[in-house]
Design a protein around this ligand. Structure first.
Ligand SMILES: [Zn+2]
Ligand SMILES: [Zn+2]
Length: 242
């Protein structure tokens, strides 16, 4: 059904996606779904109430109770997930904010150490290659510092969004393992910015998500790689002088 289209009152002809009626009616709540992949960029999604049913039945059986399904267009799906990412309130929001600020505090200290130790601002250029998993700082064509990295996620200027690398199918699977661990933590704690593939976000958000990844993975730091269309945030797993 991946190729189905739907005619949306708001967005016109668009791709059909499937969510439970509860999410369709009120998207600003927790969403449950599988990770997006190439064949399923907008995986079926359901709410907490429907997830209790899912857990009880051990999945969505062919015969058995399934949630009441709505078909919504993929633009509405993206907007709905964005509403979910920004939907924490009250004590849950307070917990999220303290979690983020602790991670940012820790990252600042780590970044200062890393910059000092490897003089990162002084190198002429950097290059990274996901096929090797190496980030190389060099001067006059000579490597000076080499890091092993993975992708955390990226910001896009045009859309003003943050995209997790676990949802970015242009990244090799082994370059997204760390980000997938962050997703699992998000699922455990219901931190919705960690479980929403794409949401309205800027570079402040990029640094925050990177800080969470660095803290969780106990990484020495993060590198923000700026590009024409946005920035990629790389998790540095190890760094050494060349
Ligand atoms: Zn539901
Ligand atoms: Zn729509």
């Amino acid at each position: 059904m991946a190729g189905d289209t739907v005619s949306c009152q708001q967005h016109g002809a668009a791709r059909a996606t499937f969510v439970c009626n509860h999410l369709a009616r009120k998207p600003g709540q927790r969403w449950f779904s599988f990770k997006p992949d190439k064949r399923h960029p907008f995986p079926d999604a359901w709410c907490s109430r429907c997830d209790a049913l899912y857990e009880r039945q051990g999945g969505w059986p062919d015969e058995g109770e399934t949630p009441p399904i709505s078909v919504i267009c993929h633009h509405c799906y993206i907007a709905g997930r964005d509403a979910s990412a920004h939907s924490l309130t009250g004590r849950a929001l307070g917990n999220w904010i303290s979690f983020v600020s602790a991670a940012i505090g820790e990252l600042k200290a780590k970044q200062a150490d890393l910059c000092r130790e490897y003089d990162l601002s002084r190198h002429e250029r950097f290059d990274w290659d996901q096929s090797t998993g190496k980030l190389v700082f060099s001067n006059a064509g000579k490597p000076a510092v080499i890091a092993d990295f993975e992708f955390i996620g990226s910001t896009a200027k045009a859309s003003g969004t943050w995209l997790w690398s676990w949802a970015n199918t242009t990244h090799l699977p082994r370059m997204r393992k760390a980000a997938t661990t962050v997703l699992e933590l998000g699922e455990l704690l219901d931190f919705r910015k960690l479980t929403t593939p794409l949401w309205r976000g800027d570079d402040i958000d990029g640094w925050e998500m990177a800080a969470i990844a660095a803290q969780l993975l106990n990484a020495p730091g993060v590198y923000r790689s700026p590009g024409d269309r946005g920035a990629s945030y790389l998790l540095i797993k190890r760094m050494r002088a060349a």
